[in-house]
Design a protein around this ligand. Structure first.
Ligand SMILES: [Zn+2]
Ligand SMILES: [Zn+2]
Length: 262
């Protein structure tokens, strides 16, 4: 069995086709998926999906690419996270690729999310792009190691992966690891301890080979696992078991059902 640790099933392209996507998950042994919140306006839709479907979970947070909105403070995030179906805080982090200029507001927003995660005891989903040093620095300054979480859709170097792992974080691989030109990332996927690895689609974006360029969906996380198994010269079962176990270890509150069964 596989778990998609990061998708956006509430986005219109996917939500309009939900029943088929859930069927495809079942057919591909993708048993669970975490629907990740990107802003507070859409959060109720994410939560509704998770409440409606036993095998879907939700997170709450505001993505660093969303400008000019009411900034959430830690207390507000903690209140919204007070639901058994909300298993994580995020996605949050820094993105200096999509936006430029004075991004102090991104850093402050990131800090509020880390404080919220520590306060409510739910792990962080961190997005970082062209901002690895500041991301790691703020994680350190805010004590993110005390709550842990995942570096989602990881595209950074082995050195960055190691520093995140030292702070109690998991590294999540998306369809990018299947792309021919992703040599550095393939190398990271070969090196990192299995005990620290997660897999995701980040759907609707970043469909893995052989669906590259098409609309992505949680069922395709299987192809991410297949590529990692190939890179590490190991069985698909080993990758499936490790990444699924890691998911329920990290997102402790999602695990009640899982831990009862396995
Ligand atoms: Zn992201
Ligand atoms: Zn995302």
């Amino acid at each position: 069995m596989f778990v998609d640790s990061h998708c956006h099933l509430d986005f219109p392209d996917l939500a309009s086709n939900l029943n088929e996507l859930l069927r495809n998950m079942t057919e591909n042994q993708v048993t669970h998926a975490l629907c990740v919140s990107v802003n507070l306006t859409d959060f109720p839709r994410v939560l509704a999906l998770a409440r409606m479907h036993e095998n879907l979970f939700a997170s709450v947070g505001v993505h660093p690419d969303y400008e000019n909105l009411d900034e959430p403070d830690a207390q507000q995030l903690v209140q919204l996270a007070d639901n058994p179906k909300v298993i994580a805080i995020g996605e949050t982090g820094l993105d200096y690729y999509r936006l430029q200029g004075d991004l102090e507001w991104q850093r402050e927003r990131f800090r509020q999310h880390i404080r919220a995660a520590r306060a409510c005891g739910k792990p962080l989903i961190i997005h970082t792009r062209s901002a690895a040093n500041d991301t790691l620095r703020i994680m350190r300054e805010e004590g993110a190691d005390q709550i842990g979480g995942v570096m989602h859709c990881f595209t950074e170097s082995w050195e960055v992966a190691q520093q995140a792992i030292e702070m109690n974080f998991y590294i999540s691989f998306s369809g990018i690891v299947t792309f021919k030109n992703a040599a550095t990332l393939k190398d990271v996927a070969r090196k990192i301890p299995l005990a620290r690895m997660l897999i995701e689609t980040d759907s609707p974006y970043l469909a893995p080979v052989p669906y590259r360029g098409k609309l992505n969906q949680p069922a395709f996380v299987r192809h991410v696992a297949e590529e990692i198994a190939r890179l590490r010269d190991t069985g698909l079962d080993e990758i499936a078991t490790a990444t699924t176990g890691n998911f329920f270890r990290l997102f402790r509150t999602a695990g009640d059902d899982y831990h009862a069964r396995y």
